[in-house]
Design a protein around this ligand. Structure first.
Ligand code: SF4
Length: 320
């Protein structure tokens, strides 16, 4: 049961969604790079952006992390960290062949989806993976069972799906999708494949779901919602869509305070603020400070859920 947000009294205010920002998987991934730098000394190579946030990448670069696109760019024998989004098994094989010390910062909730993909493939299923083409997480999950995983990029893609046996199909999903759109895709898949089975538990992770729930609490009362996050962050992009769907007058994705367009604030009395799962609090604080300069100094936290999830660091970095 949720408590309604009080109606605006006409003064300028901010409704700050909670939970927002760092999830347990991102926290673990960033700490993994920091610990690896402490343990091995710079440079520590990181394959892909450790998390999809430009600010986080810049801060880690300043500490000695070197970001590369592919394992082949890492000098032989060096230390490499795999990002929170996960990698296909062939990437582990390539790192081993090059003699790299590989540290896997894949979020445990992504690893769970990888394991599901392997298990269902071993049992002879075709796997319909709901997700976005080209996203690193999707590439990694598809690599767990090549030829068995079929990407379904949204409800419209359902009609093009081809499987080997319509009686052995299961759906899985990327962890950072819109809950509502995913359910629409699942309904269409089930209509096409009546024998379709569901994963044993939600693939869309707790953090994605909680941040979407939180933004639906503030959006109906906000003429403007600002989502702090980078443009390659899937869960941040989904928050913009969810905010608009929930009734926000407008919603924009911004990387930080410098991207606030003053024109957006014209005639606005209530601004909703939230942030994606890869966004540190410092960026949100900067956005709140900028809004305060425009008279939005009154900040009300609207909490929908309290999160307690934590993940241990990868083996070898988790202390003696
Ligand atoms: Fe893990 Fe979810 Fe965070 Fe991705 S958004 S790192 S799946 S907890």
């Amino acid at each position: 049961m949720t408590t309604p947000v009080p109606a605006t009294t006409g003064h300028r205010r901010v409704l700050l969604a909670a939970p927002r920002g760092y999830c347990a998987g991102v926290d673990r991934a960033v700490l993994t790079v920091e610990k690896a730098l402490e343990l091995y000394g710079p440079p520590v190579y990181v394959r892909k952006q450790i998390v999809h946030n430009a600010y986080v990448v810049r801060v880690l670069e300043a500490k000695g992390a070197v970001f590369v696109e592919e394992t082949g760019e890492v000098p032989e024998g060096a230390v490499v960290v795999f990002s929170a989004h996960g990698v296909a098994p062939e990437v582990h094989d390539e790192a081993a062949a090059r003699g790299l010390t590989a540290i896997d910062a894949t979020c445990p909730l992504v690893t769970k989806v990888h394991k599901e993909a392997r298990r269902f493939a071993d049992e002879g299923y075709d796997i319909l993976l709901i997700g976005h083409a080209g996203h690193e997480e999707v590439i990694g999950t598809m690599g767990e069972a090549p030829g068995r995983v079929h990407l379904v990029d949204g409800p419209e893609a359902v009609r093009d799906v081809r499987v080997r046996d319509e009686h052995k199909v299961v759906w899985l999903s990327q962890t950072t999708l819109s809950v509502d759109e995913t359910m629409e895709t699942v309904e269409r898949l089930a209509a096409r494949f009546p024998a379709l089975i569901s994963p044993p538990s939600d693939d869309i992770c707790y953090a994605t779901q909680n941040r979407q729930l939180a933004v639906t609490r503030i959006a109906p009362d906000a003429q403007l919602v600002l989502v702090v996050g980078s443009s390659n962050s899937s869960n941040s992009l989904r928050l913009v869509e969810v905010a608009l769907h929930a009734g926000a007058g407008a919603a924009h994705l911004i990387d930080g305070p410098e991207e606030i367009d003053e024109g957006w604030l014209r005639g606005v009395t209530t601004v909703g603020v939230t942030s994606g799962a890869s966004v540190p609090d410092a960026l949100v604080d900067g956005v709140l400070a900028r809004l305060a300069e425009h008279g939005f100094g009154d900040v009300e936290i609207v909490r929908s859920v309290t999160e307690r999830q934590r993940f241990a660091l990868p083996r070898g970095l988790d202390g003696p």
